[in-house]
Design a protein around this ligand. Structure first.
Ligand SMILES: [Zn+2]
Length: 429
């Protein structure tokens, strides 16, 4: 009797567990891997000039690739290491870090994401599950953690439409021409991630891609990627999704940040400008986290979708490929997109002194500074009036300063890093 009751209890328990797991799995189906195209369409609606900038950007990428194809030595032989700042914007009032249901994710979770990125971008993940071809390459791009910023915010989630601006306000970016900024937060509407695509502008090259007020379409304050905290990193208590649990949402979004498109381009059978990724009708979004063969008919005959490509929507465990053309495109973006190119210049500089350049000067609203510190040493920036009174408090590793509220006049901008200080004279209009 006792045994029967235990066994009935076990059956009930197992049924309940199965039901829970079914519910968990079903509730994952509406998850949307990526909001980048959606956010792009919103940005273009708000700033129609962005469409023109997008076209100019594509022209610049194609020109660069064409020139490289006529050059026997390609720059992509060089390994570029991108410094990453992770902004954890959480709603954990007591500040507790880590655990299964905590948006204030652990340092281990952050480290596991950097590890994933380096494996995926170097083609060393060792994953041989679904994909056994030879298309995967080492992209020559690596990542290193430069800083973690934790910020409490009482909001339960951030809307996809406004998250970029809200997050940039909640946890201001470190110089976006020097670091890849990643904001990790709760995103609304089941989105997993968003990226800001690179642009090429016709701005004076001295500005190194920092924009002026006339060119608000490209916002340096929001340049980076945004990732839902459950999908950041791998094998951690917070990574509870059975589809997206290996950190490849971030691999995908950084692909966008480096100029890659989805394998279907921007429409059914569209182009991603990479000849070695077969055209696809649409994304791979299975009901269960399985990897399978999917075919498209884009060029008069069926061809298998490269569902293993990081730029599809496939479950994380199906992904293992960046192709050679995708590698070349990412390196072209690192060469022609001003903020990305400046990041590479900082990363490869052997200069051993603090240096500071400011734009524009005279300045009306936002001051933008290029601050170089050897070995990514931290710096602080402040602004004083001509009587030596500090008007803007010390900011930490930030280079976009709002001076709208300062009366017209002469000011001194002071940047300090370690024992070095550099001062610049500013004229506020
Ligand atoms: Zn995407």
């Amino acid at each position: 009797m006792k045994n029967r009751s235990s066994s009935r209890f076990l059956t009930v328990l197992l049924s309940a567990l199965c039901a829970t797991s079914l519910v968990a799995q079903q509730s994952e189906v509406p998850l949307k891997r990526c909001a980048t195209d959606y956010l792009d369409s919103i940005r273009i609606r708000n700033n129609p000039s962005l469409l023109h900038i997008r076209e100019k950007t594509e022209e610049a990428i194609q020109d660069h690739l064409y020139q490289k194809s006529n050059n026997f030595r390609i720059a992509s032989d060089v390994v570029v290491t991108i410094p990453v700042v992770v902004h954890v914007v959480h709603n954990r009032r007591d500040g507790q870090i880590g655990g299964a249901n905590n948006s204030n994710i652990s340092d281990e979770q952050i480290a596991s994401q950097i590890e994933t990125l380096n494996e995926d971008y170097s083609n060393t993940s060792g994953y041989q599950g679904f994909y056994t071809g030879t298309h995967a390459v080492d992209t020559g791009i690596r990542f290193k953690l430069a800083g973690v910023v934790r910020t409490y915010d009482s909001r339960q989630s951030f809307s996809v439409q406004t998250s970029d601006k809200e997050l940039a306000k909640a946890s201001p970016p470190w110089a976006t021409n020097k670091y890849l900024n990643i904001w990790v937060c709760e995103l609304s509407a089941e989105y997993l991630g968003i990226a800001q695509s690179p642009t090429v502008t016709e701005i004076n090259p001295q500005t190194n891609g920092l924009v002026t007020s006339e060119d608000e379409a490209i916002d340096p304050l929001t340049d980076g990627v945004i990732i839902g905290w459950r999908y950041f990193g791998r094998n951690q208590p917070a990574n509870t999704s059975s589809f997206y649990n290996l950190g490849r949402t971030t691999t995908h979004e950084i692909g966008h940040w480096l100029g890659l498109l989805h394998i279907w381009g921007r429409t059914i059978c569209g182009t991603d400008y990479c000849d070695d990724t077969p055209r696809a009708e649409t994304s791979y979004l299975p009901d269960t986290p399985v990897c399978g063969e999917v075919y498209s008919n884009c060029e008069g005959r069926p061809s298998r979708n490269m569902i293993e490509n990081y730029m599809d929507y496939s479950p994380d465990r199906c992904m293992s490929v960046f192709t050679n053309d995708q590698k070349k495109r990412m390196h072209a973006v690192l060469a022609v997109s001003p903020r990305r190119a400046q990041l590479v210049a900082y990363a490869t500089s052997t200069e051993n002194r603090l240096s500071v350049e400011v734009y524009p000067n005279p300045v009306g609203d936002y001051l933008q500074a290029n601050v170089y510190t050897p070995n990514y040493a931290d710096f602080r920036l402040s602004v004083f009036n001509d009587k030596g009174v500090q008007m803007i408090g010390e900011t930490y590793n930030q280079t976009y300063i709002n001076v709208k509220n300062l009366p017209s006049g002469v000011y001194i901008l002071r940047v300090t890093s370690g024992s070095e200080t550099v001062s610049k004279r500013l004229l506020v209009r």
